[in-house]
Design a protein around this ligand. Structure first.
Ligand code: ADE
Length: 248
């Protein structure tokens, strides 16, 4: 079970998304808990100020006090066991999220996520409060709320029992370091497009071979960078060499 704690100034954003589908069911089954906290509740003045001007010029930045107060409060009241800490700042400056980073994050029991807004957060939050900085891609969003939802989604899928069949998680793109092979369902003939014959053959050995090769083919053409860090068999290498020859 994983507890996700989201610090935000826009709590309402989250309710709809997390009630539905697999993430909603995961909460019903007690496999994950999602808590949202309004950062303004942790501000120190009567106006509940969470942001301020940037020293030296620029627009607005999250002040450190509400963030430290909120995290420390959660740690005191909600996180009873003194686990290794995981306090994530969602930021375009962070480590880019991928399957391996999601697996690392899924090893924590309590995950605190800070959703930045404005120009970001006071640097002292980075240096003295957060343990991980995570980006979901090389583009700048208006805040960390969407990235935190992406992170919760991808981490939750890795918890046994959240997705109906754990096989389908281990077969996903990236789970084995490759892009997933193409998949088809009925009808076997749609308009003029036929499902590859081998998939209708019932020959499991041949189907597995076809899937592996198509997975390698897709990865070779779309994400050749992935092939450098995946374990390949002799047979895989032969197949990739054939693809390379075709390219020449
Ligand atoms: N906040 C704004 N843009 C972001 C991004 N790309 N990833 C994570 N957090 C962000």
């Amino acid at each position: 079970m994983i507890n996700f704690h989201i610090l935000t100034i826009f709590k309402n954003i989250f309710s709809e998304y997390f009630f539905e589908g697999i993430i909603g069911k995961a909460q019903d089954k007690g496999l994950i808990n999602i808590y949202t906290y309004d950062l303004r509740d942790y501000a120190e003045d009567k106006h509940k100020t969470v942001d301020d001007y940037i020293f030296g010029g620029g627009s607005m930045l999250f002040k450190p006090e509400p963030l430290f107060n909120a995290v420390e409060n959660i740690q005191k009241n909600k996180i009873l066991n003194n686990n290794k800490k995981c306090i994530i700042l969602l930021t375009p400056q962070g480590q880019q999220l991928n399957h391996n980073l999601a697996k690392e994050i899924a090893s924590f029991k309590d995950i605190i996520m800070i959703c930045g807004r404005y120009e970001g957060v006071d640097e002292r939050v980075r240096e003295n409060l957060v343990t991980h900085e995570v980006s979901i891609g090389d583009y700048v969003l208006t805040g960390g709320e969407l990235p935190s939802m992406v992170l919760i989604d991808v981490v939750s899928r890795l918890i046994p029992g959240v997705v109906g069949s754990q096989d389908s998680v281990s077969e996903d793109s990236f789970a084995r370091g490759l892009i997933e092979h193409p998949q088809y369902t009925r009808p076997s003939m749609f308009r003029n497009w036929k499902v590859p014959e081998v998939l209708l053959s019932g020959n499991h050995k041949e189907i597995l071979k076809w899937r592996r090769q198509e997975s390698l083919r897709k990865t070779f053409y779309r994400r050749p960078d992935l092939l450098d860090s995946v374990k390949l068999s002799e047979e895989d290498l032969l197949f990739i060499n054939k693809l390379k020859l075709k390219e020449e």
